[in-house]
Design a protein around this ligand. Structure first.
Ligand SMILES: [Zn+2]
Length: 162
């Protein structure tokens, strides 16, 4: 497996918050409240618990699930094609999200072999406005799910690996 180093220059999204949801789950596990198998909500397929011998029965428990911007992107194929998390290893609290297709500003400022990016005439605010406008639908969906101030649009140079 080889690792590619990528450089993003331009607007990006920083996640500021996630949402916790309590979800009711049902599993078959040991019916003994004091048994570790029950406490850990370990699924059992046998009739009796291998640890304490109590019968295996259905148990309902509450699990806290964390929803973040990656979940919102992953749950919608259209969104996932537009924006993605730079951290290929998975989601983190401070997700950094960038445009998959770059921006129209990229064309003029990178040299042909992508080794120099000329930022002499950059207009940061204009590019941030482009991002907000280009991904309006996605940003609205994020706000709807995670609430106001769920993210911030920033501008900068990000090195990431794929
Ligand atoms: Zn048990």
């Amino acid at each position: 497996m080889s690792i590619d180093t990528n450089l993003h220059v331009g607007p990006y999204l920083v996640q500021l918050k996630t949402k916790e949801t309590e979800v009711e789950k049902t599993i078959k596990t040991c019916s003994n409240d004091n048994c570790q198998i029950n406490i850990n909500n370990e699924r059992q397929t046998s009739k009796f618990c291998p640890n304490c011998g109590s019968p295996v029965l259905e148990k309902i428990y509450i699990e806290t699930e964390i929803m973040d911007i990656c979940d919102i992107l992953c749950n919608n194929e259209e969104f996932e094609n537009e924006l993605s998390n730079i951290d290929q290893m998975g989601c983190r609290k401070d997700n950094i999200i960038i445009s998959n297709g770059g921006s129209p500003f990229d064309e003029d400022r990178w040299t042909e072999d992508d080794d120099i990016c000329d930022l002499t005439n950059v207009n940061v605010q204009e590019e941030i406005e482009w991002f907000k406008n280009e991904y309006k639908t996605i940003l609205e969906a994020i706000e709807k799910e995670l609430g106001e101030n769920a993210y911030e649009i920033k501008y900068g140079v990000i090195q990431w690996y794929s």
